[in-house]
Design a binder for this molecule. Sequence first.
Ligand code: PHE
Ligand code: NA
Length: 452
Amino acid sequence: MAKREQWGTRSGFILAAVGSAIGLGNIWRFPYMAYDNGGGAFLIPYFFALLTAGIPIIILEFGVGHKYRGSAPLTFFNIFGKWEWLGWWQALVAFVISVYYVVVISWALNYAFLALDLGWGTSPERFFFDEFLQLSNGPMDLGGIVWPVFAAAIAMWAVTWIILFSGVKKGIELANKIFMPLLFLLLLIMLVRAVTLEGAAQGIDWLFRPDFSAIADYRVWTAAYGQIFFTLSVCFAIMITYSSYLPAKSDINNNGMMTAFINCGFSLLAGIMVFGVLGHMAATQDVALHEIVTQGVGMAFVTIPEAVNLLPAPEFFGFLFFLSLVFAGLSSMISISEACCSSLIDKFGWDRKPTTSLFCLVGFMLSLIFMTRGGLFILDITDHFINNFGIVFAGLVEVILLSWFFKLDTVRQYANSLSDFAIGTWWNFCLKVITPVVLGYMAVANLVGDIR
Ligand code: PHE
Ligand code: NA
């Protein structure tokens, strides 16, 4: 068997892990979630979830990936033998995400170009659903591909393919070393612009104003845990795969903490940026913020274009915003696809080049479904099931298996022996008790909620 590929530098690994974590979820999902779940009060369950689940699991995944040196299926195989399927399940969830995630990135790429002459016009909502996605014939209208989305998706799959094809160091690491600094620069420029707008403070205040009654609502807690899993890309076979490419002497605990904190810091700054701009819109249009804020897809592709229209130099800032979505999305897209390709390479002993080519071709064909006029509708359904069942189930089984049916403490001691600072037994408690209880509760609550 060929020697396992490796990252060239420590910063290369961290940038790749951060690139996976920072994605579409940070720029529109986080701000909306925080706003909708009690504003500043959301940050309490959010940081609780980060400390009790996010950071422990990221360290766990870095630890086992490094120790067992395999993609997720191989790692679980090496730990349990018959639990290999869990790795495949995670890779499958990742694959399903990749085929629609790429389509959202393709919308963003289209919008980056549209921004150059404010092509979404004065009524972005109508533009997005009717003109751009051509949904006017009803959600189930699958007849026909939306060609601008198709063209962008070809480009995005091609970029993903070239990067994966070029390998861990020359492809993934290099791409993230370019994308990530650019992304931070874009965020910085937009942030400075946003906070200096008239009305920005009002918007930011809305985002952070704590509504403490929200903390008593269990849905706020499950929302916070869900957001942490999604945003850190844990339990998707990704972080296990990425850490399997680390050199033998690598800090596990510190890398895990850095990845988590950089990601969550980015979310906070993106939230401030978005709500600064929305606050400006509320102030200049004299409307209430809650009338402006829309959920999910609408936040990025309707509300933001509306708000951008009101900025000085709207073409420029609109372009920057959608470009930042493309960079953030692509680096996550690469990680999702790599987790799948690496599983196939480990399992069947195939070479990287044919594997990545085949994967991108099949992925492209499946993502055609989401490029049709009914694409948004199918995307919503898929996303709902992935979030509520795919992720929760994969996460729940992973923590239970690793913490109850395996000597969890060996991973902690292993990670500590490699790291600058040691983690204490609180880590075991989080993984053995807190996270399974919360995830188990989420699984049941989602199931019940769906049946009702
Ligand atoms: N973590 C990325 C985000 O916040 C998304 C992602 C989800 C990446 C699932 C990989 C797997 O958008
Ligand atoms: Na993220």
